[in-house]
Design a protein. Structure first.
Length: 276
């Protein structure tokens, strides 16, 4: 009766034999001693975000010209400026050379010619309405004088054919091989009439230029031999028509036309290939 009167206290009382007492709660997982609390963790995240540097687009490694020191940057800028100025001058000179005659090109004609010739010459004959349809070969022969006073005349040397064989198959032929002989002959023809008389002040210059080329080419071919020397030279051109294509009804002559120049006596300095 006493136990019932006390209710739940009687069942859970500590002094009652045979009745279990209140259970001791199981211990939960121990929190790490170094782990911050929830408030401390949030504060640490905010602090870490504030300390982390913001990405800087210019903070990466520099490349190109920017990676050079100031001295080399200035040098590179000056080099680029020099190249740009040279390109602009070259384009301007070339434009004035190929453009119709005008006030500027007439006033500075010598400067333009010195810049363009011979490396940057522009020949527009290929784009003309009627391109060249002839093959012109420049040939030369020489009169050789020997020490005993005798003389002999060589056969004709086809200098154009020699240049053609040198250029054929050559991936990088020189400007001399391609144009020296051709330009010298064109220069002579443009300053002389059909009777080989000079038509202006440049006639003597073109004749001297062509004669010296002939002397050097003959010496290169050893035309005079070991003991002889070239006393005189004679130049001629051989012109033939380019055959038309098979589908064309055009008729052309296959006969070669020759233009023979008079004999030129070589000065003393040119007899052995010199240019004195």
């Amino acid at each position: 009766m006493d136990a019932q009167d006390k209710g739940s206290d009687a069942r859970h009382g500590p002094g009652q034999p045979g009745v279990p007492g209140p259970r001791t709660p199981l211990p939960g997982p121990a929190a790490p001693t170094d782990a911050p609390s929830a408030g401390e963790g949030q504060e640490a995240e905010v602090t870490g975000a504030a300390e982390q540097p913001s990405p800087d687009p210019s903070g990466g490694p520099r490349t190109g010209v920017a990676a050079l020191s100031l001295r080399y940057q200035i040098g590179a800028a000056l080099a680029l400026a020099a190249v740009a100025v040279t390109v602009c001058v070259h384009l301007g000179m070339t434009f004035l050379h190929v453009a119709p005659p005008n006030t500027v090109s007439k006033k500075h004609s010598e400067t333009i010619a010195d810049w363009v010739y011979p490396e940057f010459e522009q020949n527009w004959k290929l784009f003309a309405p009627n391109p060249l349809q002839q093959n012109v070969s420049v040939q030369v022969r020489a009169e050789i004088r020997t020490p005993d006073g005798a003389s002999r005349t060589t056969g004709w040397y086809d200098l154009s054919a020699q240049d053609g064989r040198t250029i054929d198959g050559n991936l990088a032929p020189s400007h001399t091989q391609q144009n020296e002989l051709r330009r010298a002959w064109d220069f002579y023809v443009s300053t002389h009439d059909d009777d080989n008389r000079p038509a202006g002040l440049r006639g003597a210059l073109s004749e001297s230029y062509l004669r010296r080329i002939m002397a050097m080419r003959l010496d290169r071919a050893d035309a005079a031999g070991a003991d002889g020397e070239v006393a005189r030279v004679q130049v001629r051109s051989r012109t033939t028509q380019v055959p038309p294509p098979s589908w064309s009804g055009e008729k052309v002559s296959h006969k070669a036309v020759y233009r023979v120049l008079p004999w030129w006596l070589l000065p003393e300095g040119e007899t052995r290939g010199g240019i004195g």
